[in-house]
Design a protein around this ligand. Structure first.
Ligand SMILES: Cc1ncc(COP(=O)(O)O)c(C=O)c1O
Length: 384
């Protein structure tokens, strides 16, 4: 098979290409709003206005009751800030085995400081186990809960309404990691959820990388990670990345002005791709609860073949996807998410994630499916 002249990018859960309009807005902000928003003189004014505007946009699209948003350098930083703050006001953090590494590592660090952390199990379908959550909430008084809205590897949408309701019932603070939810799901339930903290990151919805946000219902609960100047109310010191924040604001506006169309488009591409692969390779199966998945993600287990070999061959041909594994000591580890769902090591290694974005086309979805089928069948013959 020949390498594609135009590669097909199917790794949007890792990061998305910034839209050209977003790049223009970032460049324009660097030219015109370069002043320090904390400066008293007039050159600080465009930067201050830009931050204010971004907070307004976040509030109107996320439907939070107020504009208490802290800008951070990434979703990881927002998650670290959230967990640190929860730990300050509780004696146990309850999280799940399928969280992003920024949550799981923060939970481990918190434990080293003498605060307990409970990592609850996931079901075989990739959902947080609600019974285990209830049990932990009953055992630990003054607990706090940190759960993701959508899993980055399987795309499974977590039962977030039930999770927050359970936490509230037990008087626990709640943090939602919404990094994979913003721009891919209708978020008009955020007001109803009433999270104490919610994190997001711009590069998952065609904004720039390096710009995260932490919403804090009560900013007084924040235990700052960064101290120094009094920026952002002292909750996160450091001169703000105004150009990046302008890019986040514009990317959010573009996505939310056509949210249902964007969701429908990604779902159509994902479904076309996935159905073709499943029809032509009946030995492949979907990881995670199919009817509770975000619109763009397909995590497929190619039984008995090495997923890394498949990702490598696809890369050579110009189809970019990923194996959800962490490379810690030079040797890729099997995905902790898939293992937590009960997959064997071999099945986890045989799994590959394809994640679509708004910039993908129908033709790309069809072509990628054809290439994936041919390569998977080829490897199946070799591994047989
Ligand atoms: C669920 C989830 N949380 C947090 C993050 C971290 O975001 P960032 O890459 O901006 O640090 C990611 C990124 O993949 C994610 O998928």
């Amino acid at each position: 098979m020949k390498t594609l002249a135009q590669p097909i990018y199917l790794d949007h859960n890792a990061t998305t290409p910034p839209l050209p309009e977003v790049v223009n807005v970032v460049c324009e902000a660097m030219r015109t709003a370069y002043g320090n928003p904390s400066s008293g003189h007039r050159q600080g004014e465009p930067a201050r206005r830009l931050l204010q505007r971004a907070r307004g946009t976040l509030q109107s699209y996320l439907g939070t009751p107020d504009e208490q948003f802290v800008f951070t350098g990434s979703g990881t930083e927002a998650n670290n800030l959230a967990l640190r703050s929860l730990a300050r006001h509780s004696n146990c953090i309850i999280t799940s085995a399928i969280e992003h590494s920024s949550i799981l590592s923060s939970a481990t660090r918190i434990q080293a400081k003498g605060i307990s952390a409970e990592v609850i199990a996931a079901t075989a379908e990739g959902e947080v186990d609600l019974r285990a959550l209830r049990q932990q909430l009953m055992v630990h008084r003054h607990a706090a809960v940190s759960i993701q809205w959508i899993n980055n590897e399987t795309g499974v949408i977590q039962p977030i309404l039930e999770i927050t309701a359970l936490a509230r019932e037990h008087g626990a603070l709640v943090h939602i990691d919404a990094a994979q939810a913003i721009g891919k799901i209708d978020t008009n339930i955020i007001e109803e959820l009433g999270p104490d903290f919610l994190s997001l990151t711009a590069h998952k919805f065609n904004g720039p990388a390096g710009v995260g946000v932490l919403y804090a219902r009560q900013p007084a609960l924040i235990d700052p990670l960064c101290i120094g100047g009094g920026q952002q109310g002292g909750w996160h010191a450091g001169t703000e990345n105004t150009a990046g924040i302008a890019g986040l604001q514009h990317a959010l506006e573009l996505r939310y002005s056509e949210l249902s169309e964007a969701i429908a488009h990604m779902a159509q591409l994902r479904n076309t791709f996935e159905q073709t692969v499943l029809d032509l390779c009946p030995w492949v199966h979907v990881n995670g609860r199919k009817d509770q998945r975000v619109c763009n993600t397909s995590n497929l287990c190619f039984e008995d073949i090495d997923g890394q070999a498949l990702v490598g061959r696809l890369d050579t041909l110009g189809v970019y996807c990923s194996q959800s594994s962490a490379c810690t000591t030079g040797r890729p580890e099997p995905s902790h998410v898939l293992l937590a769902m009960g997959l064997s090591e071999a099945q986890a290694y045989a799994s590959v994630r394809f994640s679509f974005g708004v910039t993908n086309t129908h033709q790309e979805a069809e072509l990628a499916a054809t290439i994936v089928v041919a390569e998977a069948e080829h490897l199946k013959r070799i591994f047989a």
